[in-house]
Design a protein around this ligand. Structure first.
Ligand code: NAP
Length: 248
């Protein structure tokens, strides 16, 4: 018996990195999975691994920043699985780094649209079913950068700080319906997103991590599973930094 037996979990940005690890952890704990990413075919690897765990899995192409697409996707998921989404993990996110002096309006908008508007759209679409069934758990993937800021990441920091504020507001609005909303703030996690950084930047980061190692996607997935499940039934509106002690 897994803690998510009979439950449907929706994970955005599930093709790779942290999203893939979250999908696999929730599946290992018994959830059926609705996987979302920009292109459904990129989800084949994650879907295959979920199937190997013996869980049902469906893949959906959707841009999290497209309101009509998000609405249609959540309706399709509810129809395919014959029930509301029980666990929503808003994980899809992008970076477009640059010092503020040189940051273009396009790069600002792109990051805010995916990282913040995407969280708003998916939460709004999935909460309707959760409200009807009077239960649900939403976990938003923020970042420690949303807590402490970072030179060259004004757009990203603003988006993740806003996700944390959004998380607390959703927690307050939906708690009377038995829907919880929490956030995870990862530090430096080894994924394609961070592989883009130079070796020099990576070594500087490492020097500031008390636990002396970069995080693995599974480190984040374990915290997400805790927040998504009943073990955290009395926890809502919280942010758990998963950063090897970088921020404390
Ligand atoms: P990643 O490896 O780049 O994976 C992100 C996934 O989201 C990719 O599959 C990406 O597709 C997808 N995605 C991007 N834009 C999308 C959109 N508009 N609609 C749907 N899907 C979209 O990133 P990651 O490192 O796993 O990060 C996952 C989350 O953790 C993000 O929210 C990130 O900000 C957060 N985070 C990561 C770290 C870290 O150190 N890695 C630290 C703190 C927070 P593409 O292949 O097209 O990009």
């Amino acid at each position: 018996m897994g803690q998510f037996d009979g439950k449907v979990a929706l994970v955005t940005g599930a093709a790779r990195g942290i999203g893939q690890a979250i999908a696999l952890k929730l599946a290992a704990d018994g959830a059926d999975l609705a996987l979302c990413d920009l292109k459904a075919e990129w989800l084949e690897e994650t879907a295959g691994l979920v199937k190997e765990l013996g869980r049902r899995v469906e893949c959906y192409s959707v841009d999290v920043s497209n309101a009509a697409g998000v609405d249609a996707t959540v309706k399709q998921i509810e129809a395919d699985f014959g029930k509301a989404v029980d666990v929503l993990v808003n994980n899809a996110g992008i970076t477009k780094d640059g010092l503020l002096m040189r940051m273009s309006e396009e790069d600002w908008d792109a990051v805010l649209n995916v990282n913040l508007k995407g969280v708003f759209l998916f939460t709004k679409a999935a909460m309707r079913g959760m409200m009807k069934q009077r239960s649900g758990s939403i976990v938003n993937i923020a970042s420690i950068i949303g807590l402490i800021g970072n030179p060259g990441q004004a757009n990203y920091a603003a988006s993740k700080g806003a996700v944390i504020a959004f998380t607390k507001t959703v927690a307050k609005e939906l708690s009377s319906r038995n829907i919880r909303c929490n956030a995870v703030a990862p530090g430096f996690i080894k994924t394609p997103m961070t592989d883009k950084l130079s070796e020099e930047v990576q070594q500087k980061m490492l020097a500031n991590i008390p636990l002396g190692r970069f995080g693995a996607p599974e480190d984040v997935a374990n915290v997400v599973a805790f927040l998504a499940g009943d073990a955290s039934g009395y926890v809502t509106g919280q942010v758990i930094s998963t950063c090897g002690g970088m921020v404390m």
